[in-house]
Design a protein around this ligand. Sequence first.
Ligand SMILES: Cc1ncc(COP(=O)(O)O)c(C=O)c1O
Length: 470
Amino acid sequence: MREFEPMNTMLSATTAANDDIIATDKATVWHHLTQHQQWEEKDPIVISKGVGMRVTDVKGKSYLDATSGGVWCVNLGFGRERIADAVRQQLIDLCYFAGSYATEPGAEFAQKLLSKMPGLGRVYFSSSGSEANEKGYKMVRQLAHMNGDGTKHKIIYRDRDYHGTTIGALSSTGHEQRVAQYGPFAPGFSSFSHCLCYRCPFGKTYGSCNIECARDLETAILREGPDSVGAVVLEPITAGGGVIPPPPEYFPIIQEICQRYGVLIHIDEVVCGLGRTGEWFGYQHYDVKPDIVTMAKGVASGYAAISCTVTTEALFNEFKRADGNPLNYFRDISTFGGCTSGPVAGIETLAILEEENLIQNTRDMGDYLMDQLYALQEKHAVIGDVRGKGLFVGIELVTDRATKTPASEAQTGQVAGHCLEHGVMIGRTNRSFSDLNNTLYLSPALITTKTELDEIVSAIDAGLSAVFKQ
Ligand SMILES: Cc1ncc(COP(=O)(O)O)c(C=O)c1O
């Protein structure tokens, strides 16, 4: 902009550019998870800038982002020049090389990552959470072939868990609306019960139950035939299915059942990984020893696309045994698993988490947030349940606490919409279940402060009052 240009010309030029981008977007982009007929009646929010936990749209409106970039990614907040600088230098030095070769950042990041995961020994790189899970499934299936006739290939997944968008990942996803109309699905996947105490699938009450939700895994294994089940895949805390932390007894029971039937444990840390729940990984809150751990979103805090499938050294060693069969190695590739920006951003992410003590901050701020939300629950009868761990919280809305009648998806959306209008972005269950899209999500960046959390909670307070007239 030239110095002598009058201010009103500057403003109108910016407005015109903004209108252009909005029109261009509306005319060209097919957005994720979006019904375009309704959506196109309004202008899209075009986010153009982010600093810390605040983002600004092209019209200059500022938002406090309690979603870490919409889907639990930008755990370190926006505008981290240190990560940008490291990635920039790496792109100049070597932007890419295929994963069958080695690169310096790949090796360094794998070593640093494994130092946070005692008991695990190998890192396989790819570029999305779905892909990382698919790698895990392929490992299980190939093991079944290498160690037998391929029979022990089935994967049990849990109701209300989500594992991604590809057909294999959807075949193992317990969200009826996310999977609807995308069948037929891959064979070899079968489900067992979710573990949400608030809506116990066994009609029990925590404290007087026998953790039937975990024991249901054994029922599923016996139903499928133990000789045919290779693995169980679980989120440590169900994320998109409503933020569901399991009871403390849950994972030891899962572990014992898996040990008894020779079933591998695959933990999907795509959301919980790298600090979100107040431990490096969600599974580390519980007494469980996974064979496979997958991760994506928080690995590079949204500064690069990277995902990892991490395994035990024992599992990896199975793929080293050639046994005279030329096919006996993991014949898998991920083109963009060779991008060096991912591991470099991952190295910086790990360093920042440590140097800024962000995992401790996640625990402290998570406790504070929970306390504020429990207080809000006293005020609003529509809050049926508050649950979560660290900076990952779900607020389930009900129109009647006694009957637990779920609030509608529309009402839940209106609360999130009210917050958005007032400059606070929160998340919510979105087209996952026919009658249970009634949970609000909070997943602020791990740098968050009490002041920001107060702002988020007061926006929800106002949103609930406006929508439910309380
Ligand atoms: C638990 C879980 N696993 C896997 C995925 C899929 O990750 P991606 O969208 O990167 O493929 C997601 C995405 O939200 C997720 O929540």
